[in-house]
Design a protein around this ligand. Structure first.
Ligand code: NAP
Ligand code: ZN
Length: 402
């Protein structure tokens, strides 16, 4: 029996080697896609499994009340450093964020960006830190690394900068700050703490220190013999006095009342003290200052402060009131004066600030508190009733909720 020859299909007749190559490429690329989807799925499962349980304190809504909170942190990536949090400062920004004063808080919020701790684990590619090192984390935990500001070592202004607390990390998780038992952070955003500094009183330098140091350096207000004013003697203000003195300048504190006069002049080393609500005192000091750091957290009159500046004097705004301030323009024009803003500091200058603090033994004056005192501390901070920074004794007093 002769086999009936199969007729080739008219479609197959028209398939050329080019078509075969095209179809096989399609198949391969679809397989590749499926494989990579499977791979990322496996990675995400592994990530979930490797995530580390954490506990801390969080604000859940605009009441600002802080309560115990359990969450998880990502596994230690190859460029990451994990640290056990020892101490965390309470910045006025934590308070403003807690009550959504600026309108961009998302809850739950674990505050805290003045963090000091000890390294417990490092990723495979970490070169700068080892387990046991004493380190700090400030206001940011990442940035793009390639934009103009990052190349300029000013990651703090990178449009993609990720906040330590209340930001969104690359894996879409919310960043939780230092009111917590441990942290994980890319090594490039970690600051080394000088051996001679006490860790609790050093924590506030991670934000307050760099926030005042950075503009003083950048605007050339660090020259010996200059006269610097510091408005508001709170967390930022008292550290500004210490750095300004270490830089060899003459320092005048400008405060709302006489209450802090003695401490400012004796303990903090300021040269002069003015009560901003006393027009006579303010008038006598007109035109005497080269630069002023304004750290006030609430709306306040700017004109009397501008009047304190000499010709070409600079007013640096670091305090962040929730309402606009009235800015009189004529005194600026007549005196060729400048008003500028500044936000924390880049990593390089924060390390520089920390090393200078080590050299001159500069730390914050603190009230060390236990974790269960945080709500009271926030109430007192609101009334400027702290000398001069609350710091939470995290490792010794923060306990997981049952
Ligand atoms: P703080 O410890 O509360 O100190 C603020 C000081 O401002 C108070 O001690 C008080 O000083 C003075 N003050 C308060 N209310 C006032 C009012 N109504 N009128 C005039 N003076 C008033 O706060 P902080 O932690 O130093 O932070 C200060 C501000 O800087 C906050 O707005 C915070 O959010 C902001 N901040 C900005 C940056 C940045 O990068 N730019 C970084 C950190 C913090 P006297 O008792 O001496 O009058
Ligand atoms: Zn701060």
């Amino acid at each position: 029996m002769t086999k009936k020859k199969k007729k080739a299909s008219p479609i197959l007749n028209r398939v050329t080697p080019l078509h075969y190559s095209y179809i096989s490429q399609l198949l391969i690329s679809s397989l590749k896609e499926q494989f990579s989807a499977l791979f990322s799925y496996c990675l995400s499962i592994m990530g979930e499994v490797l995530k580390k349980e954490a506990y801390g304190l969080a604000v859940k809504d605009e009441s600002g009340v802080i309560s115990p909170f359990r969450f998880s942190r990502r596994e230690t990536g190859e460029n990451d450093v994990r640290l056990k949090v020892l101490f965390c400062g309470i910045c006025h920004t934590d308070l403003s964020m807690a009550i959504n004063e600026w309108g961009f808080t998302s809850y739950p919020l674990v505050p805290g960006h003045e963090i000091v701790g000890v390294v417990t684990e490092v990723g495979a590619k970490v070169t700068k830190f080892n387990a046991g090192d004493k380190v700090g984390v400030g206001y940011m935990v990442s940035s793009c690394g390639s934009c103009e500001t990052c190349i300029d070592d000013q990651e703090n202004y990178c449009p993609k900068m990720i906040l330590t607390s209340g930001g969104k990390y690359y894996d879409d998780t919310i960043t939780y700050g230092g009111y917590s038992d441990h942290m994980v952070c890319e090594e490039d955003y970690i600051i080394r703490i000088p051996e001679n500094l006490p860790l609790d009183a050093t924590a506030p330098l991670l934000c307050a220190g760099t926030t005042v140091y950075s503009p003083m350096k950048y605007h050339g207000l660090d020259k010996p013999g200059m006269h610097i004013g510091v408005v508001g003697l709170g967390g930022l203000g008292h550290v500004a006095v210490k750095f300004a003195k270490a830089m060899g300048t003459k320092v005048t504190v400008i405060s709302t009342s006489d209450r802090k006069r003695d401490e400012a002049l004796t303990r903090l080393g300021a040269d002069l003290f003015l009560v901003s609500r006393d027009p006579e005192q303010m008038k006598d000091a007109m035109g005497t200052m080269d630069g002023i750091i304004d750290t006030v957290s609430a709306p306040h009159p700017v004109l009397p402060i501008l009047d304190l500046l000499k010709y070409k004097g600079k007013l640096i705004m670091v305090g962040a009131p929730d309402k606009p301030l009235e800015l009189p323009v004529l005194p600026l024009i007549f005196g060729k004066k400048m008003v500028v803003g500044s936000m924390v500091g880049g990593i390089k200058e924060t390390q520089e600030m920390m090393d200078l603090a080590g050299k001159h033994n500069i730390t914050a004056d603190i009230e060390l508190i236990s974790a269960d005192y945080v709500n009271t501390a926030m109430k007192r901070l609101e009334k400027a009733d702290v000398r001069y920074r609350f710091v939470i004794d995290v490792a010794n007093t923060l306990k997981p909720s049952p």
